[in-house]
Design a binder for this molecule. Structure first.
Ligand SMILES: [Ca+2]
Ligand SMILES: [Ca+2]
Length: 460
């Protein structure tokens, strides 16, 4: 089954932000990772079980990061003086604050095998205007429903990483839980991800009926194809078993334990789709944010028009996000597929199989390019290196030119696909180099002519 979604600038903005950042930049702010060295039942394989059927009318459930409120002796936003081991939660909006002692707004919070219903008696963490649980949220409407603004701030620098008061957000939490509920009710010993059902929005689904909708926002760029695990376009095979976990797109994903040894591989799965509209697509895999510690080296094989590319993904780092598997040119209508197996670059870590999507991308910018470095070599020659990058289609070719002592520019390399060459100076003097690039759509950049992108050498 494949799903086509209508134009949605909101999530596409989010996705674009992730895409435009270089990989390393994304890695700077480590996302909250729910797995890590999780103790208890979650690290042990659980037998596959059928998910509870989703039924209309039930309160929505999202996975969010929870912190312990503490503040014993202080008053909550509704005037309740916090005793030791109190039972209530805080959500970051004044709109859902119960009266003192009241239960107008309650949530079901589930953590591992414990699930409790508690009233909302305080406002926070961070913001007081973030109704992330509803599509009618008044603020931060460009975020997926179910994603607290604080989480987005930590995960990808949303709002400059600041809350509504301009404070630097240090924890991407969406709920604060009072001590009694946290420690005694849920058995939590540290801040972690929990499932929260917002009970004023529907019937209580109970601990078993919670369907996590965190990743299933309805808004993606037009033409986006999403293939989820369990759908017809997802095929999987296991010599022994698959395991389930109840988070990810449509509230469920498959997982298994990775092996470094291909000879002991047991699981393989493929997401595929027919693409009729030629053009560039970014292929992305959703990494669900729950379960056994995830592999730091999952190996996705992306196949487009019969050409295959291996893409390594740090599933632990990308937890809770769409991880980019790169940009692909569907030059002809045809099939594109992504295959993931349990063969990983590290051993005995969890491998998460959830959803893969193909997002149409349109090349709108010429590339940028620069002279990287100039290295003196033996015999009086110089190794000149250049580089660049492009928004979508990639760099087709470069031109490199030099000038002597500020004179006329001389094209030295024209239309080359290479990114380095040996330069033998024809004379003494100062040689200055510049570069330009064109992408696969024929868009050509201006020459790089600022001090950062040019380099020069003085030949004695
Ligand atoms: Ca799924
Ligand atoms: Ca371009």
């Amino acid at each position: 089954m494949r799903s086509w979604y209508r134009v949605g600038i909101f999530v596409s903005v989010v996705v674009t932000i992730l895409v435009l950042l270089p990989f390393g930049a994304r890695a700077q702010e480590a996302p909250p990772i729910s797995d890590g060295t999780q103790s208890g039942d979650n690290s042990a394989p659980q037998p596959t079980q059928a998910p509870p059927a989703f039924q209309q009318g039930y309160a929505p459930t999202y996975t969010v990061r929870a912190t312990r409120e503490g503040l014993v002796g202080k008053r909550t936003a509704n005037g309740y003086r916090i005793p030791e081991r109190a039972w209530f939660v805080a959500l970051p909006s004044w709109k859902v604050l119960s009266s003192q002692g009241g239960n107008e707004f309650q949530v079901r919070v589930t953590y591992e095998d414990k699930s409790i219903v508690v009233p909302v008696w305080d406002v926070g963490p961070w913001n007081t205007n973030d109704e992330y649980w509803t599509p009618e949220r008044r603020f931060y409407r460009d975020l997926p429903v179910g994603m607290p603004m604080a989480q987005a701030a930590v995960q990808f620098g949303y709002n400059g990483g600041l809350d509504m008061f301009g404070r630097k957000i240090t924890l991407g939490n969406g709920i604060d839980i009072a001590d009694g509920a946290f420690l005694d009710g849920l058995g939590m010993r540290r801040n972690d991800w929990v499932r929260v059902s917002f009970l004023w929005m529907g019937l209580d689904p109970g601990p078993q009926g919670q369907i996590d909708a965190s990743a299933s926002s309805a808004a993606y760029p037009a033409g986006t194809v999403i293939v989820d695990n369990g759908s017809q376009a997802y095929t999987s095979a296991a010599k022994v078993a698959w395991y389930d976990n109840f988070c990810g797109l449509n509230g469920k994903h498959d997982w298994t334990i990775g092996t470094i040894n291909p000879a002991t591989s047991e699981n393989t799965a493929t997401w595929s789709t027919q693409i009729n509209q030629i053009g560039y697509y970014e292929v992305m895999a959703f990494i669900p944010p729950c379960g056994r510690a995830a592999t730091r080296a999952a190996i996705y094989k992306v196949n487009t028009n019969g050409a295959e590319r291996d893409v390594w993904v740090d599933q632990a780092l990308q937890s809770g996000r769409w991880a980019s598997l790169g940009m692909y040119n569907m030059a002809n209508p045809g099939t594109s597929s992504v295959t993931l197996t349990d063969v990983t670059g590290d051993d005995a870590q969890g491998v998460r199989f959830d959803a893969v999507m193909w997002v149409p991308r349109y090349d709108t910018m010429p590339p940028v390019s620069w002279i990287q470095e100039i290295l003196p070599m033996a015999g009086g020659a110089y190794l000149v290196r250049w580089g660049g990058n492009d928004d979508v289609s990639g760099i087709n070719s470069y031109d490199v030119a030099y000038r002597l002592n500020g004179g006329e520019w001389v094209t030295w390399q024209g239309g080359t696909g290479a990114s380095e060459a040996l330069f033998s100076p024809p004379s003494k003097g100062e040689f200055q180099f510049r570069a330009r690039a064109r992408d696969w759509m024929g868009k050509e950049a201006a020459w790089s002519e600022d001090p950062v992108t040019m380099k020069s050498i003085v030949v004695p």
